[in-house]
Design a protein around this ligand. Structure first.
Ligand code: SF4
Length: 293
């Protein structure tokens, strides 16, 4: 029987967490501890493929910082101690994936719209550092802090400050870009924020540190993205790098769970492969593909 202080804490109490949730991520090669900064499910995009269920209202509307930080610390300890693998859905985790990979800020909306984003990044980084200093098991390598974002707010000073906190704490920014033209961008993201703003923000942020680009492509009414759109997407990536932006990886993936609109369906594996090939040839960047379910 474990003597770990968290032993008395039931799995159920983690199920009751409101802001922090561990997930097994094959893509990350380990456990990713997600932090939801948008419990109200509000987003400044309205992507046609969004997988957040907005038909059900959430009971939690606001981020309660103290609870969030407590949940983060307890969940990191639960994963780092290995106790997580004694419980329900994590019991079958393959041995090679039994490691804590990252803290991921994503959740049910755009995390950078949270108004105290910079302060929260600082507080979460402090929790991570405290555990790392104590040499928690499984934390031999630093735990990454991954921000999964639509890049719409990078130009706001408090977000810029938050990004710099990430830079100083093993941060990685995964910025969404999945169109080459304003029209296709509007078809997919349905937002009043101009495409130009997103491109400028990504360029500005990528000049300071290398970014990961996340591009989700899909069939819309049965049609995959037109080749001309993929070429335009490559041109936009080229413009970012020509302007001094560093892109360390482009991830191409497709829908895996039921999306917001029923006319959105996943790309076939071969279609993902074709896009990966085309983007990698045209841009010379490192490109990786991920298939749907
Ligand atoms: S940016 Fe993310 S959370 Fe917002 S609508 Fe798009 S997919 Fe959903």
């Amino acid at each position: 029987m474990s003597t770990h202080p968290l032993h008395t804490r039931h799995e159920r109490s983690f199920d009751e967490n409101r802001f922090v949730y561990p997930v097994l991520s094959r893509r990350a090669g380990g456990i990713s501890v997600g932090v939801n900064l948008n419990p109200d499910k509000v987003c400044n995009f309205d992507c046609i493929y969004c997988q957040v269920n907005r038909t059900r209202q959430s009971e939690t509307r606001f981020v309660e910082t103290d609870s969030l930080l407590e949940e983060l610390e307890a969940t990191l300890l639960w994963v780092a101690s290995g106790e997580i693998y004694q419980s329900g859905k994590f019991r079958d985790t393959p041995h090679e994936l039994r490691r804590l990979n990252d803290i991921a800020f994503s959740g049910d909306g755009e995390p950078t719209t949270y108004r105290n984003f910079d302060q929260l990044m600082t507080d979460c980084a402090a929790v991570k550092r405290r555990l790392e200093t104590k040499g928690q098991p499984g934390s031999a390598a630093p735990v990454k802090m991954v921000l999964i974002t639509n890049a719409s707010m990078f130009h706001r000073p408090h977000v810029e400050r938050g990004l710099r906190v990430l830079d100083a704490n093993d941060g990685e920014i995964w910025a969404k870009l999945e169109a080459g033209t304003e029209d296709y961008y509007q078809l997919i993201e349905r937002t009043p924020i101009p495409f130009r703003q997103i491109l400028d923000n990504i360029t500005m942020a990528a000049r300071i540190r290398p970014l990961v680009i996340q591009a989700l492509f899909m069939r819309v009414h049965g049609e995959p993205p037109p080749p001309a759109e993929i070429d335009a997407f490559c041109d936009r990536l080229g413009e970012i790098t020509s302007a001094g932006g560093q892109l360390k990886l482009v991830q191409i993936y497709t829908v895996a769970r039921p999306p917001a609109e029923s006319y959105v369906t996943p790309l076939a594996d071969e279609a993902v492969d074709e896009i990966v090939e085309r983007v990698s040839q045209r841009t010379g960047l490192v490109v990786r593909g991920f298939y749907g379910a």
